[in-house]
Design a protein around this ligand. Sequence first.
Ligand code: GAL
Length: 443
Amino acid sequence: MRTRSKLMSQVAVILAAAVVCTAGCSKAKEPVKEAPKEPAKEAPKEPAKEAAKDQVEVFSWWTGAGEQEGLDAMIADFKSKNPSIELVNAAVSGGAGTNAKAILANRLQAGTPPDSYQRHAGLELADDIKAGKVEDLTKLYEAQGWKDKLPKGLLEAITIDGKIYSVPVNIHRANLIWFQPKTLGALGIAGPPKTWKEFMTQAATIKAKGKTALAIGPQWTQKHLLETVLLGELGPDTYTGLWNGKTDWKSKEVIAALDMFKQVLAVSDIKSSAADWQPAADRVIDGTAVYTVMGDWLDGYWGRAKKLAFKTDYDVAPSPGSTGVYDFLSDSFTLPVGAKHRAAAEKWLIECGSVAGQDLFNPQKGSVPARTDADKSKYQGYLATALKDWQDPTTKIVGSLAHGVVANNALSSEIDTALGIFVESRDSAGFAAAVAKAYAATK
Ligand code: GAL
């Protein structure tokens, strides 16, 4: 299983090699190359020179509208506090890290890691910890007093054997359905659907009026939709059971939820969709599609990058069937073993873990701070409700599949393969059997 997924990520690396960083980020691909100098006679001193330079290479996938602004805000603060350190922004484009993760895997394998890289808290990070790719940050946590500034559950997602391995910058919510109030009004739809069944009823009305019910993007957005349909149809406990072995993937209940996913796909624009999550969201704003299911980075895109007004230009609700549930994910930064600029990387991590850094990053990014002592007044509009829901003790918290919390990389990549087939075949039982098998094999 692992061999197969390794192979797949290598294929992905080759495909991703063509991807060039968009404006605002430096090229991520050159770290190993030193431009060959013509004299070529001098003693090979480059590595020492390189290590002496005060620099930090930060690796993420935040290059797109809404995401880049958040990163830039934190980078600007870092630069003002560390004027002698050159920050190399090695972000690689592609939502949810589609390209970045493959390039990173290659660099980790080659032993040429960036100085700090983005990893989702949860099983995605656990893979790196187990493989010895990232340093234990417990001392940094102690020095910075971070331990009691982060929610316990989140700390657990980045801890193994009592050691803490990354610095979370945010909390995102995945189970959200977004729309324009004026589109619903024009269609005579009273409000966003509370269940997927109601969504399907609305979809019939929407289709009759010549619009698409659901805008969707590339495969990771389909996986994101899958997790929200499973959550909405199964409820939080049975959904969580899919990841801890308590829910049988081949049960009638799960097959029925997958059948619902099929129906939802059938009223989406999956046939013509391409590009990334922002173009899918654009179709909701231009009115050709009515809804899109996406994480709250969409609030950063619409609310900040596009300057649309929350509630009037756009609105959001929990994805059908998931009121009171927070399907969470968290972006965190690491200190890889073998980082060339270790001290500067620690400074970057201090920025990520600081109240100032988080309060600059998150309002732009459309996420709430990981720290519990951040300045609440900075979180307005959608983010004020997100923060309230996240901190509400009655909210049920579950982890995201598409964004690294509940599935390790081997299982996640098997699900990608099975999902690609499912989207073509629409064979729910076949998909369930494939995932059940992959789950057992990758435990
Ligand atoms: C997620 C990531 C978010 C956001 C999203 C879309 O995996 O955690 O911060 O960037 O992908 O790119």
